[in-house]
Design a binder for this molecule. Structure first.
Ligand code: GLU
Length: 261
């Protein structure tokens, strides 16, 4: 049984096609997280969705893609997102906490130690930390590649038993996820670069950047001794598989998806 997990949920799981927050999807995830907490699992949630939530609150503004506008959306949206999490966790008699970080916080020893101490205190008190990039100050070199990178750093900081990355596809494929010939890659050995080539090759021919980054982060995290489970956050009950064993997506490192947790 996993004792400590970091679960990262991407924007595509948290928002609908029109960019609005998908409350049903978020609520389903919180239910599953609460069930894991019931089993005594220590859990940290890394959640995107602030920028999407901010856009939803300011629908009449044309998105000009400017840095200041992204900062503004995230500043507004983070409040909305956390309010939703607070309500949903409260329904399970759980408290959640907001942790915002930049890349610089992982480089600075004092910031790193302060963050670690806070995580420890929250986990001892059975509170669910909800982590996001501090998009207000994270501009240019302070920015993570994406929240996958942030989640990998948090998993390593906390020496988690596993990192779970949930997006809107089942896992890593050896071709476009919706391609008829594409097969799901169920296990990646972090030392084996073959799957890297497959995913990287597809990137150049058809925009597989998201998965290539995921694989890089997953490989680095797995090489540090933390297996990474990539899966579809919209698959009902996906997090229950962490208890049952037999992960339906891609496992990077560890004993593969035949391993029982
Ligand atoms: N921090 C961004 C947000 O909350 C998301 C970053 C990412 O998607 O990786 O909207």
């Amino acid at each position: 049984m996993y004792k400590r997990l970091v679960i990262k949920v991407g924007t595509n799981v948290l928002t609908r096609a029109d960019g609005r927050l998908d409350v049903t999807s978020i609520s389903g995830l919180v239910d599953q997280i609460a069930a894991l907490k019931q089993r005594g699992v220590e859990l940290v949630l890394v959640s995107s969705g602030a920028v999407g939530a901010g856009r939803e609150l300011l629908p009449e503004r044309p998105d000009d893609g400017a840095v200041a506008q992204r900062q503004m959306y995230s500043a507004i949206g983070q409040v909305r997102l956390m309010e939703l999490y607070r309500q949903l966790f409260a329904g399970h008699r759980l408290l959640c906490a907001q942790v915002l970080a930049t890349k610089g916080d992982f480089r600075d020893d004092l910031h790193y130690d302060n963050m670690l101490n806070c995580f420890r205190a929250l986990l001892v008190d059975e509170i669910v930390p909800v982590v996001n990039e501090n998009d207000v100050v994270a501009v240019t070199e302070l920015m993570f590649t994406d929240n996958d990178e942030l989640a990998g750093l948090v998993a390593r900081m906390l020496k988690a038993d596993a990192l779970v990355i949930l997006s809107s596809v089942e896992g890593l494929y050896d071709g476009p996820p919706d391609g008829a010939d594409s097969r799901l890659i169920s296990f990646v050995d972090p030392a084996d670069r073959d799957s890297d080539r497959v995913v990287q090759a597809r990137k150049s021919s058809g925009g597989r950047g998201g998965m290539a980054t995921k694989l890089r982060i997953a490989r680095e995290t797995a090489a540090a001794g933390i297996p990474v489970l990539i899966g579809n956050g919209r698959r009902p009950g996906i997090l229950h598989q962490l208890v049952k064993g037999g992960w339906p997506g891609t496992v990077v490192g560890g004993a593969g998806n035949s391993q029982r947790p």
